[in-house]
Design a protein around this ligand. Structure first.
Ligand SMILES: NC(=O)c1ccc[n+]([C@@H]2O[C@H](COP(=O)([O-])OP(=O)(O)OC[C@H]3O[C@@H](n4cnc5c(N)ncnc54)[C@H](O)[C@@H]3O)[C@@H](O)[C@H]2O)c1
Length: 328
């Protein structure tokens, strides 16, 4: 395998962890990120501060919608593998900006598939989302379920990008692995994601607003387990196209999550319930048996172990949080 791995969205939450892991495995890594304003670019720069100057890492500040830029990146570097994480993420904001989600998540993915085809990439990993299961999924969600009923523009954009991945795999024999990620959390989690938001609010003794009555369930997956899942997927080269769920395989309801957060912070949450939000499903739960059987994937970190790890990181980085939000 050619050694250079292109990681898009390298300065993001998951991307920065993955780049660290790839570098320590001895890969050459080219990271592409446009440091967009989805949340503070200051936070993204902080995410990669320890890897920016490491040997084997090249950072390209640029946009995956810029096809000539991708052309340059591929022609100047010996890209063997693409790990495509760059996206506009998040369900709720996608209802406000459907065209932006379409542009980044679909057109951007297509640009990368085109470059991968043109430059003979050996493997393409795509970060998809549990949200593609939409109203078709019956928990636990199995990769065989139809994904024809997404209920947010974000979910629709990920489902469409998966279809393009399949098409390119079929037409051009580009080996593709789609990884459907289930709510990832841990150090550097995006500030607007539920666990991060709840921890911040409880810590600052502010009211925590939750949508619905607290019975919504999510399969929360710790970042280290996700990184191990990506690593296993990189070694999975038997099939032309495959899809794997990467989750923890346990559904946790919001009330339990809040209790775990309260315990980790040693503070009580003041909860305000709001009406359930359109676009959100009531449960996500991964059937991880396929990833277990074919990738040897075995998530290890429970919510009771992972939340205190996140809280510890949060407490150590409160100042960075404040700097990030003031420059946003
Ligand atoms: N975090 C989760 O729970 C979760 C769950 C399911 C799927 N995913 C997917 O995993 C991937 C990474 O998620 P994350 O939580 O790390 O998000 P993130 O927002 O922290 O990371 C995405 C990165 O992509 C970059 N980016 C966005 N648009 C770009 C563009 N046009 N060109 C270049 N770079 C661009 C952003 O600047 C950001 O650094 C996304 O594709 C997301 O949809 C995440």
């Amino acid at each position: 395998m050619k050694k250079t791995v292109l990681v898009t969205g390298a300065a993001g939450f998951i991307g920065s962890h993955l780049v660290e892991r790839l570098l320590s495995m001895g890969h050459q890594v080219v990271g592409v990120d446009n440091f967009d304003g989805s949340y503070s670019p200051t936070i993204k720069w902080a995410n990669i501060c320890t890897i920016r100057d490491r040997d084997g890492f090249l950072l390209v500040e640029g946009d995956i919608r810029d096809a000539p830029l991708l052309d340059r990146v591929f022609s100047e570097n010996d890209i063997g593998v693409v790990v495509h994480l760059a996206a506009r993420a998040g369900v709720r904001p996608s209802l406000e900006q459907p065209l932006l989600y379409q542009d980044i998540n679909i057109r951007g993915t297509l640009n990368l598939l085109e470059a991968s085809r043109a430059f003979g990439v050996e493997q393409f990993l795509f970060a998809s989302s549990s949200s593609v299961y939409g109203l078709n999924g019956k928990a636990p969600f199995n990769e065989e379920a139809k994904v024809s009923y997404p209920i947010s523009p974000y979910a629709a954009s990920k489902a469409a990008a998966e279809l393009y991945c399949r098409t390119y795999s079929y037409l051009y024999h580009l080996p593709v692995v789609v990884l459907r990620l289930f709510t990832v959390y841990g150090p550097r989690q995006r500030p607007e994601m539920a666990i991060h938001r709840f921890v911040k609010r409880v810590d600052q003794e502010e009211e925590v607003t939750i949508f619905g009555n607290g019975t919504a369930k999510r399969d929360y997956t710790y970042i280290d387990d996700i990184v191990v899942g990506f690593e296993a997927a990189l070694a999975h080269q038997e099939e032309a196209f495959s899809i794997f769920n990467l989750g923890r395989g346990k559904a946790v309801d919001l009330r339990h999550l809040l209790r775990v957060i309260e315990e980790a912070l040693g503070k009580k949450a003041r909860i305000k319930n709001l009406a359930p939000q359109p676009g959100e499903v009531s449960i996500t739960l991964a059937d991880i048996s396929k990833a277990q059987a074919l990738l040897g994937y075995q998530p290890r970190v429970s919510i009771e172990e992972g939340v205190p790890l996140f809280v510890q990181w949060y407490v150590d980085n409160r100042r960075r949080e404040d700097e990030g939000s003031s420059s946003h």
